[in-house]
Design a protein around this ligand. Structure first.
Ligand code: GLA
Length: 394
């Protein structure tokens, strides 16, 4: 029932190069890939300057690109309607490009806005990252373009610098006030490891995660729902967290010592208390998860994941009936633990299972969804994959 985590990006390079040449009449200068992600634990902590623990997925956005001498930007997507979008980079400005082309345009705008005098390019994009599944397809797209431009124009920017530019592109050009987790995961993750990221200073540590060695598997159950309130609600939650920190006289909620939590909650209006409780306890769960990974006790992550889901459901209130049911059904079927991953209001649930129980757990969730009248979830198995990289010469 479960499908392998995806075709390695390298296998379809030749096909994309052929498409590129057919589209533009010349070969690309190179091919790059940037992955989607699942976050193991640490949700809604990044914009509170706290901690996260994502892994990159094998599913990636591939980009074939060739630098141009003028400022024409030609964009084609294998997932688009077949049209080549033509833009002038000097004219890019927030609000001028919508749809999928807005993401590459946003990155090029952000590079120029930061003082990098980049020009045009011919671009072909092909994504394996499911859209709307909470697996960071947009960050993968942004990071793929950022890395390609870094090479095409010899910018010499580091992976964290490119992640920050991609985040700025999304914040300012696309208009989504996301934190830094998704772009840092796509740029900086390594194969076989989770990225322990301090979202305040971008300190990272690669924490080994050998699921197969422990006889485990990480299921990703895409609920195939994305509730409409997602975008405005995310911005509102972020603003509420920042208001709570200001009321407590702190730079960010990350600075609230867990020992001081009960007293701090007493100083806050009722509606902010559960949000603050989630952020503080979630940062603790990230540290607990890293300790378990360092100790080689991977199955012990399970209860931490499930506790994280309860906090997102009851305190932060970003789960929904579909993600709650997927978690409940997975745990009832024998998962060590499960939780929604990403921003919430739908998207995907992760479940930590014995490798030989993966099909049983996936089938139990599918059956529970059928009984509830929900769409059939899409199931992947995740293995920690590499972050953004150049994948060979065309
Ligand atoms: C989205 C955002 C991230 C992060 C998560 C919640 O994925 O893009 O920055 O805030 O939600 O953890």
């Amino acid at each position: 029932m479960t499908t392998p985590a995806g075709t390695p990006a390298e296998t379809s390079v030749a096909t994309s190069a052929d498409t590129f040449t057919a589209l533009y009449g010349h070969a690309p200068d190179g091919t790059w890939a940037a992955p989607g992600r699942v976050n193991l634990i640490g949700e809604h902590t990044d914009y509170n300057q706290g901690f996260v623990l994502p892994i990159a997925l094998p599913q990636a956005v591939r980009i074939q690109a060739r630098r141009r001498d003028d400022d024409l930007l030609r964009l084609h997507s294998a997932q688009g309607d077949g049209v080549v979008v033509e833009l002038r980079v000097a004219e890019l400005a927030p609000g001028t490009v919508s749809g999928w082309a807005g993401y590459p345009a946003a990155v090029i705008w952000a590079l120029r806005d930061a003082g990098h005098p980049v020009g045009g390019a011919d671009v072909h994009l092909d994504s394996e990252v499911p859209v709307g599944a909470g697996l960071s397809s947009s960050a993968a797209l942004e990071c793929a373009v950022a890395l390609a431009y870094n090479d095409l124009y010899g910018l010499g920017l580091s992976a964290p610098e490119l992640a920050l530019l991609a985040q700025r592109a999304e914040n300012r050009f696309v208009g989504v006030p996301c934190g830094i987790m998704d772009q840092m995961a796509s740029m900086c993750c390594r194969s076989g490891a989770a990225l322990h990221l301090d979202a305040r200073d971008l300190t990272i540590r690669q924490v080994p995660v050998d699921l197969a060695g422990a006889g485990l598997a990480l299921l990703v159950l895409d609920t195939r729902v994305k509730h409409e309130l997602a975008d405005g609600t995310y911005a509102g939650l972020r603003a509420d967290c920042e208001r709570a920190a200001a009321l407590l006289g702190l730079p960010a909620l990350r600075d609230l010592d867990p020992a001081g939590l009960p007293a701090a909650l007493g100083q806050l209006p009722g509606e902010l208390r559960p949000l603050v409780r989630h952020v503080v306890t979630e940062n603790q769960r990230v540290e607990a998860a890293v300790a378990r990974l360092d100790a080689g006790e991977l199955a012990a992550l399970g209860p931490i994941l499930t506790a994280g889901h309860a906090s997102l459901r009851d305190d932060f209130r970003v789960s929904c009936p579909e993600t709650d049911l997927a978690v409940e059904a997975a745990v009832a079927a024998g998962a060590y633990g499960a939780r929604m991953t990403g921003g919430g209001f739908g998207g995907s649930v992760i479940a930590l299972v014995d490798a030989d129980a993966a099909d049983t757990v996936a089938a139990a969730v599918t059956a529970a969804f059928r009984t509830a009248g929900y769409a059939t979830p899409r199931t992947l198995t995740a293995v920690p994959a590499a972050g953004a990289h150049r994948i060979g010469q065309p």
